[in-house]
Design a protein around this ligand. Structure first.
Ligand code: FAD
Ligand code: MLT
Ligand code: ZN
Length: 482
């Protein structure tokens, strides 16, 4: 620990008590490696403030001492954004203790949640009040509001409700000099120039520490139906989605996975069962929700709309969950894919988007091309087809050393996949962010003007590079620090 770090820890402990700063290796260790196990860092201390004022004081002290901080929520991020640097130069700043839902009103349809509130807890609280917070993902039991805001997370309901950016109505944050930005008031109209709230959403902790957010709620579900469809191709799946959309606006989720991915889940996740009697090349999970109790029941609606799809052989087979328990079983398969993928061995993850109508072609041709170019690999694409966003994973041939596989230049697979994405007019990060995983690729594939603006924003807000240095956008190292 450097003298500046040590002094900072001591001051924080004196002012706020021992639980707000620990240097115990055992307490810190679980937070030094990312969820996928790809990145590992070092941090001599873990700071855990319990209020916005404590965060503000810590950031001000860190700024004055030139000690960088790495903000962290549930540590479920997919791009190494919450993993500290390997040289121990930064302290971890956990927001997990700030886990209060300050307000939740079915009248305003808003909730004000502190950064450390866990997604599942917010969803439950909204349900108790007869409302829903319509963002869901496999990490719902650990991911926090601060992390979700800071990555502009997506998930499995974006099709209907959008990403965090459309669900955040206000942000409270501590800026890199320790001042507090109070933007929690949910103003429908506010044209005071640049929108700082929007700037902080998706900033990955590089521009401010999110301490609370005001979140939009939607009407509670009167009934839902979850269907599982087996079909021939992503093109058939997209046609099916368009057909459903022409008949109803009740479809909230439409998630695709290939047979290979379903097989991986069935192999690695205990208690999962194949929803249809036989294998199909591709599978789609569909959720339809009715918020009006007098509307057509979603199960009947799905049945009515899927019938013609089966007759036209757009779908090979389909089943609608007969109970809530079966609906949960279908969702469990979908939400366990990341877990199964992790258990399946080293794979390069690409979280990509291309224009929706081109996605079926990209999934088939891109996968075939990657496998042909890198013999022994297996490429799979699954996820949010309706958003034009899939997770395109390329698994290493058996026996490959993960260190070699994940090395910066590795076999050049990620560069190849990203080149294909750019050629298709897409994005190399649809929902997980840039973190440390994609920083070099962002630099390589962005127009210079884009990188100039990103750097200018970072430099303007965080001139001393105190918050999450080395993530998202690189500044000249520590030169500017006091
Ligand atoms: P962390 O991992 O702790 O941090 C993520 C980033 O945000 C880091 O850069 C960190 O520095 C920064 N950060 C965290 N808290 C704050 C704060 N309070 N202020 C400022 N910066 C902060 N993501 C999707 O978008 N869609 C999915 O479908 C999806 N599915 C997933 C499924 C599984 C099983 C897992 C493990 C992850 C999945 N993710 C998904 C990724 C992940 O859950 C999201 O990125 C989530 O938003 C991270 O939240 P967190 O609290 O764990 O943040
Ligand atoms: C998901 O959609 O399941 C996650 O975003 C995927 C991932 O593990 O890459
Ligand atoms: Zn996803």
């Amino acid at each position: 620990m450097t003298p500046a770090q040590s002094q900072l820890v001591e001051t924080v402990q004196q002012r706020f008590g021992p639980k707000v700063a620990t240097t115990e290796a055992e307490a810190i260790a679980p937070w030094l490696t990312d969820w996928r196990g790809r990145y590992h860092g070092e941090a001599p201390a873990l700071l855990s403030p319990g209020s916005t004022n404590e965060v503000a004081a810590i950031v001000a002290l860190a700024a004055a001492a030139g000690v960088p901080l790495v903000p962290q929520g549930g540590n479920t991020g997919m791009v190494g954004g919450a993993t500290p640097p390997t040289d121990g130069s930064a302290l971890l700043l956990s927001l997990r203790r700030m886990n209060r839902i300050r307000a939740l009103s079915p009248v305003s349809n808003l909730a004000v949640a502190e950064a450390g509130v866990i997604l599942a807890d917010l969803r439950t609280a909204a349900e108790v009040a007869g409302r829903r917070f319509p963002l869901d993902l496999g990490a719902r039991g650990s991911a926090t509001i601060g992390g979700l805001v800071s990555t502009n997370a997506g998930g499995t309901q974006v099709l209907r409700f959008g990403t965090m950016r459309s669900l955040v109505a206000g942000v409270e944050a501590v800026l890199p000099d320790g001042s507090i930005h109070n933007g929690v008031a949910a103003l429908k109209k506010d044209n005071r120039g640049y929108d700082l709230n929007q700037l902080l959403i998706g900033a990955e902790g590089t521009l401010g520490i999110v301490t609370a957010a005001t979140l939009r709620l939607v009407p509670g579900a009167a009934a839902r139906a979850v269907g599982w469809v087996g079909l021939e191709s992503p093109a058939a799946a997209l046609q099916l989605l368009r057909m459903l959309e022409a008949g109803t606006s009740a479809v909230e989720s439409f998630e695709i996975l290939p047979e290979k991915t379903l097989a991986l889940v069935l192999r690695h996740v205990p208690g999962t069962r194949r929803p249809l009697a036989t294998a199909h090349p591709w599978h789609v999970l569909i959720e339809a929700v009715a918020t009006d109790p007098t509307a057509e029941a979603p199960a009947a609606l799905l049945e009515r709309l899927l019938g013609p799809a089966l007759e036209r052989e757009l779908a090979g087979d389909a089943v609608i969950a007969a109970s809530e328990a079966q609906a949960e079983d279908f969702w469990r398969i979908r939400h366990s894919i990341s877990e199964a993928e992790r258990a399946g061995g080293p794979a390069l993850q690409h979280d990509i988007s291309v224009p929706v109508d081109d996605m079926p072609r990209f999934m088939i041709e891109g996968g075939a091309e990657a496998e042909a170019r890198f013999p022994g690999t297996e490429a799979v694409a699954y996820g949010h087809l309706g958003d034009g966003n899939v997770h395109f994973h390329v698994r290493a041939p058996a026996g490959v050393d993960p260190q070699v596989w994940y090395a910066e230049d590795g076999p050049g697979i990620s560069r190849h996949v990203h080149d294909m994405v750019v050629a298709a007019g897409g994005s190399i990060s649809a929902e997980h962010g840039i973190g440390q995983m994609k920083r070099a690729e962002l630099e390589r594939l962005s127009a210079p003007s884009r990188m100039t603006v990103l750097r200018a924003i970072k430099t303007a807000l965080d001139p001393h590079n105190i918050l999450n240095p080395g993530k998202l956008v690189a500044l000249a190292p520590d030169a500017a620090r006091p």
